[in-house]
Design a protein around this ligand. Structure first.
Ligand SMILES: Cc1cc2nc3c(=O)[nH]c(=O)nc-3n(C[C@H](O)[C@H](O)[C@H](O)COP(=O)(O)OP(=O)(O)OC[C@H]3O[C@@H](n4cnc5c(N)ncnc54)[C@H](O)[C@@H]3O)c2cc1C
Length: 403
């Protein structure tokens, strides 16, 4: 016999809250999910616009290392609800999955809506009740949960509470981080929010931005502080965005926060060694214009050749060795991360020192926290959703175990 609670209030109906609701209702608990929005899972649906990268297929050791300093806390949770568990769960809801060329896992439909629809139907079938347009405002003097609703203030109570309130990016989807002030009032430490997986400002010339904004740099490698990431980036009117940039975004942000500019080096010919590229440039017909040299000998597309000129100035080196060096490490100065509201995810959040091994808050008895509101960050690649699911499952199981 455990002393597991029979009624649970889950505040926040994103993936972390909903998976906790699934585990608890499957075990016969009475579960009520509250959310301030008129419908659930809006950020999950937004993730579906990019194909819904659910998780990643790489080995577990490599997988957990993506969470940086939070890997220690998250590793047991991700082992307990692993990428294969998440994939099997999606399949159980009728969504076949596939592993993309980069090892990322997606539903075949590349959409979140059929999965969310099937999931909510399963939850309703397990007796979960949904209370939408319930904006959680904290606790009343008697300890009840207080909500603002279109019909006025409402209070509710339950044996246990799980907070699944998300981070603070894309606030129009429901998560705006206002919970941090409510928890801070109760003496709970929250690490400052910062944009994660965000684009960065770069001072493009108006001609370059006008011509290339919205276009991808397809086959490049980005290096910063000794770390190199192969992939894609996108030229934006304001600067640079896309997967390869996001993968480096926490180090880039840290450098900028320390008061420096972050100079990222872009390898525009990652499939050629510098020696090979130098050789090709050397052998090119003499007297060629630099434009034709870049196109024919180095194989650069117009966007890549123009980026090189943006990075190095209009007068490119004529010496083949120096030109090859520039092509393999075109320096782009990034001056600021994009605002948190436009970032894919949030760094910072509820400090790990504030929760126990079952994700229970030390300072607020009977309350747990899950998902992106906890202090971890990870690159895109399915690591965000995986951690949200794994923490939701972990907290629910801890509650059931009474541990
Ligand atoms: C554009 C975009 C694309 C993304 N693509 C991917 C992807 O492909 N793969 C991936 O792994 N991740 C992706 N993510 C990230 C992923 O969607 C999030 O990490 C995940 O949704 C966080 O889950 P959560 O349950 O912790 O919080 P959320 O999904 O943010 O849910 C929190 C819920 O809490 C509610 N809430 C907040 N405060 C209150 C309050 N005071 N009262 C009541 N309700 C409240 C909100 O309305 C919301 O419904 C993407 C994110 C964005 C923005």
């Amino acid at each position: 016999m455990t002393n597991a609670p029979s009624s649970v209030a889950i505040i926040g109906g994103g993936p972390a809250g909903l998976i906790a609701a699934e585990v608890l209702s499957a075990a016969g608990r009475t579960v009520s999910v509250y959310d301030r929005m008129p419908s659930l899972g809006r950020k999950f649906l937004m993730a579906g616009r990019g194909g819904l990268n659910l998780t990643h297929s790489e080995p577990l050791d490599a997988f957990v290392s993506r969470y940086g300093p939070a890997a220690e806390q998250l590793a047991p949770m991700i082992e307990a609800f692993s990428p294969s568990d998440l994939t099997a769960w999606a399949q159980g809801l009728g969504q076949e999955t596939f592993v993309g060329s980069s090892g990322r896992v997606f539903p075949r439909s590349l959409k979140a809506s059929p999965l969310l629809r099937a999931w909510l139907a399963r939850l309703a079938g397990q007796g979960v009740t949904f209370h939408l347009r319930h904006d959680w405002r904290g606790w009343s003097a008697d300890g009840a949960l207080s909500f603002g609703t279109p019909d006025g203030a409402v209070s509710a109570s339950a044996d246990a509470v799980i907070l699944a309130l998300g981070g603070a990016s894309w606030p129009k989807l429901g998560s705006n981080g206002d919970w941090s002030a409510m928890l801070a009032q109760r003496g709970v430490e929250v690490a400052p929010f910062a944009p994660a997986n965000s684009g960065f400002d770069a001072a493009w010339s108006s001609v370059f931005a006008g011509r290339f904004a919205g276009q991808p740099l397809k086959n490049i490698a980005l290096s910063f502080q000794g770390r190199t990431v192969r992939g894609e980036a996108m030229i934006a009117a304001y600067g640079l965005e896309g997967g390869a940039v996001y993968a480096l975004s926490s180090a880039l942000r840290a450098r900028i926060e320390a008061g420096d500019e972050a100079v990222v080096e872009i390898d525009l010919a990652p499939d050629l060694t510098r020696a090979k590229l130098t050789d090709r440039l050397h052998r090119a017909a003499p007297g060629q214009s630099s434009a034709s040299l870049l196109r024919k000998a180095a194989g650069l597309s117009p966007i890549e050749a123009n980026l090189l000129r943006e990075a190095c100035g209009m007068a490119l080196p004529r010496d083949p060795g120096a030109l090859a060096r520039a092509i393999k490490a075109a320096p782009v100065r990034l001056t600021a991360p994009r605002p948190l509201a436009r970032a894919i995810s949030t760094a910072g959040g509820l400090a790990w020192s504030e929760v126990d091994g079952g994700l229970r808050l030390h300072k607020i008895p009977g309350v747990q926290a899950v998902g992106e509101m906890l202090d971890w960050e990870a690159p895109t690649g399915g690591y965000l959703l995986q951690a949200c699911f794994a923490t939701g499952v972990w907290a629910a199981r801890a509650l059931l175990a009474g541990a």
